[in-house]
Design a binder for this molecule. Structure first.
Ligand code: B12
Length: 290
């Protein structure tokens, strides 16, 4: 749940405007606590973003509200005959359809399918659709059922969706504490840390996304200059314990004391070396509280 200040920072819509929309049109309709404070859900934030996009397209606010209400009334499955995105089976079916579209290089169909995620909180879209899809594609590639080209196309499509989410949440509130997100040197897998960036932005962090494969020295220089509150390093391609320890020690030594260093991901070695002042977290959900 988000307070109005956070929603305003996340969406760029001033607090007064949010209140005015609620009074005039009844959207969004945040929960009101006993103390009168408004509490917005992720679906409310998504709604505000939809209104914002409709305004950017040139619609008047009354027309934008009309459109959003129509979509809400139509429910989460806008196309007839498609399963409602309400349970695990529906998500599994969507993933299957999406993989089929992607291995056929049918971007249009894939776009249409993910339109159905519009009402789904980003966290759920990542956990229920995009990440399981990537894992399935990875397994398909490993067993030879999915070609390298198909895997690249699918990964590029998912990357677009994650980047779009990060842009829509404006990389988090401008006043949020800064977190730098990056992959381990030599690791081209950036989707894990992109998903984490979206979640951190939604949790109120200001994300500086540094992408894949940044050399350690460059990251150290960045840390010295900008003193982020936290650095998140993603390790997906397997890395050996000595290499990881050397990296962690060097980064810890160069980053300001107040900077929290977090390293995580499926590519961590079985026995992770302990480095004082470095937090090793295999799964990023513990960082975002779910
Ligand atoms: C897309 C993809 C690629 C793309 C990446 C494109 C891009 N823009 O990112 C490309 C084509 C470049 C690629 C290349 C390779 N890939 Co690849 N790739 C994948 C795939 C399908 C998805 C990767 C991904 O984004 N995972 C992120 C999410 C979906 O996975 P996750 O691990 O469950 O995420 C959780 C944790 O890792 C953790 N976490 C992740 N990041 C972070 C960060 C922090 C700070 C924290 C705390 C936690 C955390 O929390 C996440 C949420 O629960 C995976 C399949 C898979 N299972 O991941 C294979 C996979 C990772 N690749 C694999 C391989 C082998 C390769 C190559 C070596 C292939 C080759 N021969 O060229 C190269 C290596 C390139 C390199 N040097 O890095 C293997 C690795 C197997 C292994 N353990 O050795 C996998 C697992 C495929 C498989 N099933 O075999 N790949």
């Amino acid at each position: 749940m988000y307070r109005i200040k956070t929603v305003s920072a996340l969406t760029g819509i001033p607090k007064n405007t949010l209140v005015a929309w609620e009074r005039r049109y009844g959207v969004p309709e945040p929960e009101r606590k006993d103390n009168g404070y408004r509490f917005y859900s992720e679906a409310d934030v998504a709604l505000v973003l939809q209104l914002k996009h409709a305004l950017a397209e040139g619609l008047k606010i009354s027309e934008a509200v009309e459109r959003v209400k129509r979509r809400l009334a139509a429910g989460p499955a806008p196309s007839a005959g498609e399963p409602a995105l309400s349970d695990a089976t529906a998500f599994a079916e969507l993933r299957t359809a999406l993989v089929a579209a992607l291995v056929a290089f049918d971007r249009e169909r894939a776009e249409r399918l993910v339109e159905r995620l519009i009402q789904v909180p980003y966290a759920v879209a990542i956990d229920e659709v995009y990440f399981p899809l990537l894992r399935a594609v990875g397994d398909g590639w490993a067993s030879g059922e999915i070609s390298v080209t198909e895997e690249h196309f699918a990964a590029a499509f998912v990357r677009d969706q994650l980047v779009a989410m990060l842009l829509r949440v404006g990389c988090g509130p401008a006043t949020g504490r800064r977190v730098a997100c990056v992959t381990f040197p030599g690791d081209a897998h950036e989707l894990g840390v992109l998903g984490l960036s979206v979640r951190l932005a939604l949790a109120g962090w200001r994300v500086t996304y540094l992408g894949a494969n940044l050399p350690l020295e460059e990251l150290c220089r960045f840390a010295e200059s900008f003193a982020p509150a936290r650095i998140c390093v993603s390790v997906i391609a397997p890395v050996g314990a000595p290499e990881l320890a050397a990296y962690a020690r060097r980064l810890r030594a160069r980053a300001p004391r107040a900077t929290e260093v977090v390293i995580g991901g499926a590519g961590l070695p079985g026995k992770v070396p302990e480095v004082a002042g470095v937090r090793v977290v295999p799964d990023w959900h513990v960082l975002v509280g779910s």
